[in-house]
Design a protein around this ligand. Structure first.
Ligand code: PBG
Length: 327
């Protein structure tokens, strides 16, 4: 009966226990990191319209939510600050009393033993023009002047108790400059996550609402062109050489090919950021009854892991962690 197959790949799919036994990729709560927004001056958490289920936190609601994240077994939380006042150089970013630094101190005390407390290191939330760096008189983003601001911001965050700094500004040389500034002050243990392959993506749309972004125009002179894959690998190799402890690809789902290539090219851990637009798309489809929300979320996270991410930043981190514990 040669028309029947000798090899039967379906044998490995016959039941849930067999499928569980042979699954190549794992997804565990410790591999998930929750991005969180904290807004200066809020007394209660405020919803973000384009990200249903995600909020801008007050300091109190932030602490409670971080405790939930620790309880769910997450690997970490990544903090973004929304200041009350902004200026041209982003003074709130390296002010020890700035919202992001105050929040880092609060979370280090609250959950710093249970998970890794992380802070976004970029100026865009703090500048009145919304760019990730300071500007030249002609209005261009000034790479090297921005590096000095980043070094100061890094020290403020490390002093505040942040355990891992997320370098998301896409300035050339930022990893080396920040590592040196930290080491000079004895912060040898402060971890650096480099957003190495960060693309100028339309999928950041809802995040701009989440941080009340002041940006006019775009970030195409510093974030990467979505058409480029080799360049993403090159960025990751540079950041590894400069001393990044972890490198990142962002967004995740539209750039899984870059993620796989970066994973194959570097020796450090590789993370991916499932960004606000990825969240909003699945939430919107699920709200319309067009997809199974839980299945789609878990499949998206599993796919990002399969493509090569050792950990994933995701707005679903806590909910997904709970699902993983009670399947
Ligand atoms: C910039 C930053 C952005 C995001 C994280 N860090 C926005 C941007 O580059 O415009 C986007 C995250 C998301 O969309 O979820 N500091």
């Amino acid at each position: 009966m040669s028309r029947f197959p000798d090899a039967r790949l379906r044998r490995l799919r016959q039941s849930a226990p067999v499928r569980d036994l042979v699954r190549e990729t794992s997804l565990e709560p410790r591999q998930l990191v929750l991005p969180m927004f904290v807004r200066e001056g809020l007394t209660d958490a405020a919803p973000i319209g384009s990200m249903p289920g995600v909020v801008q936190h007050s300091l109190d609601s932030l602490k409670a939510a971080a405790a939930d994240a620790a309880e769910a077994g997450l690997g970490g939380v990544m903090l973004f600050g929304v200041p009350a006042e902004r200026d041209a150089i982003g003074s709130g970013a390296d002010d020890p009393d700035g919202i992001l630094n105050v929040a880092a101190t609060a979370l280090a005390a609250e959950v710093g033993d249970a998970l890794v407390v992380q802070t976004d290191l970029c100026l865009d939330e703090f500048t009145d023009h919304g760019h990730c760096g300071v500007l030249t008189p002609a209005g261009a983003v000034d790479n090297d002047a921005t590096l000095e601001r980043y070094a100061s911001m890094a020290l403020a965050q490390a002093r505040a108790g942040s355990q891992l700094l997320g370098l998301s500004g896409m300035m050339d040389g930022q990893v080396a400059v920040i590592r040196e500034a930290l080491d000079d002050e004895g912060f040898h243990d402060t971890l650096l996550l480099a957003y190495s392959a960060k693309y100028a993506s339309a999928f950041y749309g809802p995040f701009r609402e989440a941080v009340d972004s002041q940006l006019q125009g775009d970030r195409r002179t510093y974030q990467m062109d979505p058409g480029n894959r080799r360049e993403g690998v090159r960025e990751a190799l540079f950041d590894q050489d400069e001393g990044a402890d972890i490198v990142m690809v962002k967004p995740a789902m539209a750039f899984l090919d870059v993620l796989r290539e970066v994973r194959d090219a570097v020796d450090v851990p590789v993370w991916a950021y499932q960004v606000s637009g990825e969240y909003a798309m699945i939430e919107a489809a699920a709200a319309n009854g067009w997809i199974d929300r839980r299945a789609a979320v878990l499949e998206s996270l599993m796919s990002i892991r399969r493509a090569g991410a050792d950990a994933v930043l995701s707005y679903w981190a806590v909910e997904a962690a709970r699902w993983l514990r009670t399947p």
